[in-house]
Design a protein around this ligand. Structure first.
Ligand code: SAH
Ligand code: SF4
Length: 399
């Protein structure tokens, strides 16, 4: 990555960083009436204006002052790649100083989900993850997180006029799965979508949200604000590698954001080998925090489990995982009606000496969990062809 110089404009306040209350403070400091802030907020998040100059309900002098003394960043992706007949769209943003981050918009017949990054790179070093190989380049500001959702909202608005047309499914899509035996998120190409806006957000892009909790949470509040993007808390899901302080903090928040926890192994030895963070927060500690979270919120938690051929996908791993969650393996169990396991066949990352579990093994793993009373689905990925699937995001620019 080439580090770019930070220009003077990069030091101006980023409007996407500001909550409505902060916007009011900025504009009243400028001698404006408070209602102006609502107008700007509406322009940013309802009209999706990409420059203050387009905010034509504001006086010209204010538009010009905003254009000169603030910025909106990032607005234009350096690159957008599409797959799945245009229903998966990956944007690559270059941030001041040159760091690259990616966001993925996945359009389904009845919803549109954007997968958002919270950091450029990631410090956690999980051995199966492309982002982990980068190390942490930097945390994103709240506005840099919000801007990814605004990009997706613009894409949805632009596409609403001309939805992607159905085509027949590519033969290679059939090679691995079929919607008949994998239940949940199978991308039913051919498909068209009736949605015209972003309906769901998953904080599952590059980075670990709980390693930058406060910035991430400020972004959540801006995205949630009913006077702006107005995305409901229950339509947002955050995924964590298992940072226990973040899980405990989330349990105290008033907005009911959904929680997903990356588990990936049923015992400490294997989990530590795959995810170094397990040495800091081993399974007993992680499950303790999860139990407290469930008791405090009453909301369902999903455990993500990436299936790596021959590493963590044997029937005995499935049985051990069930025993762990049921409390038959030491630490007390979890209330199973609030637990869901999401199996994710590993998405290949070039150069990693790992393999994706065969379909037969995935289905056996799922069956064993279900037989033991654990709700379990298999997540079928979007966007593998453009390295937009889970864990493939590494800011690679296609030539
Ligand atoms: N840092 C957070 C969120 C981003 S990763 C976390 O780790 O939970 C989102 C999900 O993708 C996690 O469950 C992660 O373990 C998984 N993942 C990472 N690399 C993957 C890969 N190559 N294939 C499939 N899933 C992967
Ligand atoms: Fe970071 Fe999540 Fe990748 Fe682990 S899986 S390296 S926590 S982004």
């Amino acid at each position: 990555m080439t580090a770019l110089p930070v220009t003077n404009r990069d030091t101006l306040p980023n409007l996407y960083d500001l909550s409505l209350a902060e916007m009011e403070r900025l504009l009243t400091d400028w001698g404006q009436p408070t209602y102006r802030a609502r107008q700007v907020f509406r322009q940013l998040y309802v009209n999706l204006a990409d420059t203050p100059l387009a905010m034509t309900d504001l006086p010209l002098a204010l538009r010009e002052r905003l254009a000169n003394e603030t910025r909106l960043a990032p607005v234009t992706p350096e690159q957008v790649q599409t797959a799945d007949n245009g229903l998966t769209r990956k944007a690559l943003f270059r941030l001041p100083n040159g760091a690259l981050v990616e966001s993925v918009l996945m359009i389904y017949p009845d919803r549109a989900t954007v997968c958002v990054s919270t950091q450029a790179g990631c410090a956690m070093g999980c051995v199966f993850c492309a982002t982990g190989t980068l190390g942490l380049l930097r945390n994103l500001s709240p506005g840099e997180i919000v801007a990814q959702v605004v990009w997706a909202a613009r894409e949805m608005r632009r596409l609403a006029g001309r939805p992607p047309t159905p085509t027949t499914r590519q033969p290679e899509d059939d090679a691995w799965w079929s919607p008949d035996d994998l239940e949940n998120d199978a991308p039913s190409v051919p498909e068209v979508s009736s949605v015209s806006h972003v309906t769901n957000i998953v904080f599952m892009g590059m980075g670990e949200p709980f390693a930058t909790y406060d910035r991430w949470w400020r972004a959540v509040e801006i995205i949630h604000d009913p006077r702006g993007l107005n995305i409901g808390a229950r339509s947002m899901t955050v995924s964590t590698v298992g940072l226990v302080p973040g899980i405990r903090q989330l349990a105290t928040e008033t907005l009911p954001i959904n929680l997903a926890i990356s588990l990936h192994a049923p015992d400490d030895d294997l989990r530590s080998a795959l995810m170094p963070i397990n040495r800091r927060y081993p399974l007993a500690v992680l499950l303790d925090a999860t139990r407290d979270y469930l008791a405090a919120t009453g909301r369902r938690v999903s455990f993500e489990y990436v299936l790596l051929q021959g590493k963590n996908d044997e029937p005995e791993h499935a049985a051990k995982l069930a025993a762990l969650l049921r409390g038959e393996a030491g630490p007390a169990g979890l209330p199973l009606h609030l637990v869901h396991v999401n199996l994710i066949p590993w998405n290949p990352v070039p150069g990693m000496p790992l393999g994706r579990s065969e379909r037969r093994r995935v289905l056996t793993f799922q069956r064993i969990l279900r037989e033991r009373g654990i709700a379990c689905t298999v997540r079928v990925e979007r966007g593998e062809a453009i390295a937009a699937a889970c864990g493939q995001l590494a800011g690679g620019v296609a030539c």
